[in-house]
Design a protein around this ligand. Structure first.
Ligand code: FES
Ligand SMILES: [Fe+2]
Length: 384
């Protein structure tokens, strides 16, 4: 008898309706730690950046004593958003609407015409509302709840599965940063990221450097952990084949590709460490932001390694859907070749969801198990 694991655990509506989208924003993305950037994004007092965490826009600012604080980006007068994406202020944050002004510790310090217009006002009751901020693995994280507790309560158990890289030894490679929109629900994008079954099919021409048959994967709490060895052919001449200087010792090569709940992907390989941040925009639209870190080495060493590896990449990597994607392809550091395939597959899948003839087919026992588990986790969070 064939073992047929039926999806869906989630109904089609979960991928198409505004109501589901709103519920997820409220119950999942507003109640979990959100990635906000790298620690070096805020290096000086007065520097700030803002990030969306579900229904909450939160900004992080460094105080004069160099301490990071997070606040809800909402003026206590009539609610205007105070700060835009990123920047630097000197001593204070002034609302663009009526110039109410807060210090970097979030206290309301000045209200124009206070004596005549707000004679009874007690400014000390109108500080900005606090959120939580933490640093972990070289990244900034925010949580809308000021009493969210330690970030290690959330990520501690999965940390040992994230790969052996020393984050502080890597530097950002800005040319490889990408941001693109996928015309698909955020869960399709996450499911694709954790679908082990597709690796040797959709990516038959682009991910041959990894040994998919020996992948190890599973969930640690709500977080997905995945690692696989390098393919023998790729590893046997890694000094030439690697597209950038190695960031791991030769006896510890491999790739680690976790997806932290609800949409924070990392991809750690022999030569780079990158983020894959999934941002729901609409029921059928998702933004993905990637930033890449590499070994802190000279441009010369970097270029030399790129040239050494050209032969392997030209011979071995042939993407299928580069033309359709509009992404930059052909550069191993951006992952454009296999990303174009993923974007194409996600969008093609989303297109069928509104057809009355669509129904989920059987789901593979091992390779698609993470997809089913992720759906169960989403369901559990929405039911709570
Ligand atoms: S809304 Fe901010 S000062 Fe009025
Ligand atoms: Fe993929």
């Amino acid at each position: 008898m064939t073992d047929i694991r039926k999806m869906p655990i989630l109904p089609v509506d979960a991928y198409t309706s505004q109501e589901w989208f709103d519920r997820e924003q409220r119950r999942i993305f507003s109640r979990t730690w959100a990635f906000a950037g790298f620690v070096e994004d805020i290096a000086e007092p007065g520097q700030y950046l803002s990030v969306q965490a579900g229904l909450n826009n939160i900004f992080i600012v460094m105080g004069r004593e160099r301490r990071l604080r997070a606040f809800h980006n909402i003026c206590r007068h009539r609610g205007t958003q105070l700060l835009r994406t990123a920047g630097r202020t000197h001593k204070a944050i002034t609302c663009p609407y009526h110039d109410w002004t807060y210090d970097l510790e979030g206290r309301l310090i000045s209200v124009p015409d206070q004596e005549t217009q707000f004679p009874q006002l007690d400014k000390s009751c109108l500080s900005l509302k606090a959120a939580s901020v933490e640093t972990w693995r070289g990244c900034l994280w925010v949580h809308p709840d000021p009493d969210a507790g330690s970030i290690m309560d959330w990520f501690g158990d999965v940390e040992p599965h994230l790969g052996p890289h020393d984050f502080d030894e890597l530097v950002e490679y800005p040319d490889a940063a990408t941001c693109y929109d996928v015309r698909a629900n955020w869960k399709i994008v996450v499911e694709n990221y954790i679908d082990v079954y597709h690796l040797s099919h959709l990516h038959s021409g682009t991910l041959a450097m990894y040994d998919h048959a020996n992948a190890e994967f599973g969930f640690v709490g709500p977080h997905f952990a995945f690692r696989e060895p390098l393919a023998e052919d790729y590893a046997s001449n890694i000094e030439d084949n690697s597209p950038a200087p190695l960031i791991l010792p030769k006896d510890r090569l491999g790739t680690w590709v976790p997806m932290l709940f609800p949409g924070i992907g990392f991809a750690e390989s022999e030569s780079s460490w990158s983020t894959f941040i999934v941002k729901p925009v609409a029921p059928d639209m998702t933004r993905v932001e990637n930033r890449v870190r590499v070994k802190n080495t000279s441009d010369r060493d970097f270029l030399r390694q790129e040239w050494r590896s050209v032969s392997y990449w030209n011979r071995k990597v042939k993407g299928k859907y580069a033309a359709e994607s509009g992404l930059e392809t052909g550069d191993p550091m951006t992952g454009g070749d296999f990303t174009a395939e993923d974007v194409f597959a996600c969008e093609q899948q989303q297109k069928s969801l509104l057809s009355p003839h669509f129904e989920h087919g059987p789901s593979s026992i091992e390779g698609e198990k993470p997809v089913r588990t992720h759906q169960e986790i989403v369901m559990a969070w929405l039911d709570e």
